[in-house]
Design a protein around this ligand. Structure first.
Ligand SMILES: Cc1ncc(COP(=O)(O)O)c(C=O)c1O
Length: 390
């Protein structure tokens, strides 16, 4: 008999969509995949070279569990310079991607029945991970009229004496919403007052467009820093999704616990991957790499908006990340649920997208614009034609 805690676990739907699309592609079927949550740009060559050099230099053994000292120091510098938060290297734990870091945070802070406020639409893994550790995800419903941005008024409706933590994911996956500095400051002040942990998932920090900008909650004040877990990864920023390097920065008493859990489970992130990550933070060329990637996504975002407008497919205009959340509710009467709808779009239109129900918003869908502009044009046309044939 398996453990009770795994009885409700579901596989990651976003990974499942990519796998299904790849399976069909391998059979020679011409599929356009909007499913991937990863940049289609290669990892920078200087990062690869640093990793190869580490291998050649024999850096192939266990490392300190929380990460090689040089990497933790470089992360502390980065947080100081880019995010305006003062952390010491001892307050940083490196693990296998932001996903594992979040897993370790929930494991560290949740007791049975503790509530975690998850602004909804949400990234797929938050509720699953929270439940695994006996927590209760409380979905704070965000409004489309407000571009799915969290405000203090919305948050207050969901707070209870059992609230232990809140997730802040700005820019957001799947909506691309970015919380304004003013709203975020109010939310942070409230969390300090109520002693609610903030888990700030900053994976998309560099991908912000137009006049939007991203602020780290821990940067507001010393008190904000005390209640915040600042989570980030190399996955999206440096196009290193397969490398599995992420980290958390938080007060030392929490960092120590997370480090112990990491040492009893992961041991350490692959030694040579850490040397690649270090190069990503230190190489002068990284700035240009990130800027170019951001500009590419900015152009695609604009292009995608133009095509969606042309076919009159409604969407929530994203301020960040590399996803577009589109509204397909007008087709809902044709389907049992949106999983059936996405299967229809895959079979009839040969386009893979992730159904909104995976993110808590049924009959919406997430398109990732990690594909070329031509592919975006063709893909949206196919979605439109498939749905118009109903
Ligand atoms: C919001 C968010 N957090 C965390 C992750 C996981 O990142 P990593 O690949 O570093 O584990 C993702 C990946 O899609 C994400 O979108």
């Amino acid at each position: 008999m398996l453990a009770d805690r795994v009885k409700t676990i579901k596989p990651s739907p976003t990974l499942a969509v990519s796998a299904k699309a790849n399976e069909l592609k391998a059979k020679g079927i011409d599929i356009i995949s909007f499913g991937a949550g990863e940049p289609d740009i290669d990892t920078p060559i200087f990062v690869k070279e640093a990793c190869i050099k580490a291998l050649e230099d024999g850096k192939t053994k266990y490392t300190p569990s929380s990460g090689i000292p040089a990497l933790r120091e470089a992360i502390a510098n980065k947080l100081n310079k880019e995010n305006n938060i003062d952390y010491s290297p001892s307050e940083i734990v490196v693990s296998t991607g932001a996903k594992m870091i979040l897993f370790l945070i929930f494991m560290s802070i949740l007791n049975e029945g503790d509530e975690v406020i998850v602004p909804s639409p949400y990234w797929v893994s938050y509720p699953e991970q929270i439940r695994l550790f006996g927590g209760v995800p409380v979905f704070a419903e965000l409004k489309e009229e407000n571009n799915f941005e969290l405000t203090l008024d919305i948050l207050k409706k969901y707070v209870s004496p059992k609230t232990k933590a809140i997730i802040i994911n700005s820019p957001s996956n799947p909506t691309g919403a970015v919380i304004s500095k003013e709203d975020l400051e109010k939310i942070v002040e409230f969390c300090i007052e109520k002693n609610i942990f903030i888990i700030s998932d900053e994976c998309y920090e560099h991908f912000v467009y137009d006049d939007a900008f991203m602020v780290s909650p821990a940067s507001f004040s010393k008190d904000a820093r005390k209640i915040t877990f600042t989570v980030n990864a190399f996955s999206k920023t440096f196009s290193m999704t397969g490398w599995r390097v992420g980290y958390v920065a938080c007060p030392i008493e929490y960092a120590k616990i997370i480090a112990d859990l990491n040492s009893q489970s992961v041991s350490n992130v692959t030694s040579f991957a850490q040397w690649g990550a270090l190069e990503a933070l230190q190489n002068e060329k990284s700035k240009d790499f990130i800027e170019n990637m951001k500009n590419t996504f900015a152009k695609r975002r604009k292009h995608l908006i133009d095509i969606l407008n042309k076919y009159q497919i409604p969407y929530s205009k994203p301020k960040g990340a590399f996803y577009m959340f589109i509204d397909l509710t007008k087709y809902k009467n044709h389907f049992k649920d949106d999983i059936q709808m996405s299967s229809f779009i895959l079979e009839k239109g040969r386009v893979a997208l992730v159904p909104g129900s995976s993110f808590g918003k049924e009959f919406w869908a997430r398109l990732s614009y990690c594909v070329s502009e031509d592919t975006l044009t063709e893909g949206v046309k196919r979605i439109y034609e498939a749905l118009s044939s109903l």
